[in-house]
Design a protein around this ligand. Structure first.
Ligand code: 13P
Ligand code: SF4
Length: 349
């Protein structure tokens, strides 16, 4: 967050922070928007939460808090401003509303989806519960409120193993990310089955031993990274530390030096010494870390931008404040049920 109180100071601070990361002319233009956002934010008693995937000029200028899904959920739950502006995607803004329903929660884009959240419906979860009765359902927070409402407990990539270990049963349904489920199954010693689908029917092979049931959702960003990418990079830079997100395939995670949530990835770069680092995740995060810790050598070779996170711009954030758009509304019955699953997760710590 900036300390600037004038437009000139805003410009200076943003140049200082973003030099070499964002073109100078873009910084000048965005400094004017940042100044206006920060002015209006105070006037309207709003708080801005920014996910680690926000583009660098936005990330380093207007959020009061930045972080991963788990960290931002915790902050959203306790926020006492009148308006929460969530610079992230829709399921994140929904989680803020679930946890803090009396506040006005705004998403600065008419639509900012997520391929994981889109991969499963509440009806799919009801069908799974009918198929595997009595088995607790753990749902990744990258889902919509009606899906959360059907589940026992939520998790993020930062606490998925802890959430599973907190259940007093061996069997678990883990939705909807196939790769996160496979990675967590390995961590928790579970045998997982994942359905195949032709887009209409979903088929499980239940002939072998299993105690975890997954789903076929994928993150369209993390699905793009391959072991071959890592091998090629290591040939060029043998001393690189490869840091991946657990939404990457297990093969990619195995070939990496570390895997963790976006906050854990940032902590790794800050705390573990390496000659250079490659992040296998949404590419804005590499730029954001490069601006925060300029002494670290980040290989900024990634070009995979999440098209949904990319909907959240500084212009849209300013419009969100000016016109109170786009407000998140959740049916109260669904919200109350979803809140149980999210609050149960938060209580785990
Ligand atoms: P984090 O919970 O690690 O911030 O990740 C959210 C996300 O959408 C990753 O693609
Ligand atoms: Fe969803 Fe992937 Fe984008 Fe994260 S990066 S919001 S999981 S599509």
């Amino acid at each position: 967050m900036l300390t600037a109180t004038t437009l000139e100071q805003t410009r200076e601070e943003m140049h200082e922070k973003l030099r070499g990361i964002v073109p100078e002319v873009e910084i000048d233009y965005k400094a004017e928007i940042a100044y206006e956002i920060n002015r209006l934010k105070k006037e309207k008693n709003a708080v801005i939460l920014g996910h680690n995937y926000m583009e660098p000029a936005l990330f380093h200028s207007v959020p009061d808090y930045v972080g991963d899904s788990l960290g931002l959920s915790r902050i959203a739950a306790k926020a006492d401003a009148d308006i929460i502006i969530f610079c992230g995607v829709e399921f994140m803004a929904e989680t803020a509303k679930i946890l803090n329903p009396t506040k006005t929660v705004l998403l600065p884009a008419a639509k900012a989806g997520c391929s994981l959240a889109a991969s499963i419906t509440a009806e799919d979860v009801r069908n799974l519960k009918a198929r595997f009765p009595g088995v607790p359902v753990v749902t990744y927070v990258n889902t919509y409120a009606d899906v959360k409402a059907e589940t026992d407990i939520c998790c993020t990539s930062g606490n998925a193993a802890a959430v599973i270990n907190s259940l007093d049963t061996d069997n678990v349904i883990f939705l909807p990310d196939e790769y996160l489920a496979r990675n967590v199954a390995e961590q928790t010693g579970k045998n997982i089955i994942v359905p195949t689908t032709n887009g209409v029917n979903v088929n499980f092979d239940t002939s072998g031993d299993f105690n975890m049931v997954g789903w076929h959702g994928k993150c369209e960003v993390h699905d793009k990274f391959s072991v071959e990418d890592i091998q090629n990079i290591r040939l060029q830079f043998p001393d690189v530390a490869v840091v991946s997100h657990p939404e990457c395939s297990p093969e990619v995670v195995h070939a990496s030096d570390f895997a963790g949530s976006t906050r854990e990835m940032i902590d790794y770069v800050k705390n573990v010494d390496a000659e250079r680092y490659l992040l296998l995740t949404e590419c804005s995060m590499g730029d954001n870390i490069a601006a925060s810790v300029p002494e670290k050598d980040m290989l900024r070779l990634c070009s995979v931008r999440c098209p949904h996170m990319n909907q959240i711009t500084m212009e849209e954030t300013l419009d969100a404040l000016r016109y109170n758009q786009y407000e998140i509304h959740i049916d109260e019955d669904i919200r109350v049920k979803a809140a149980k699953a999210v609050e149960r997760m938060i209580a785990i710590g």
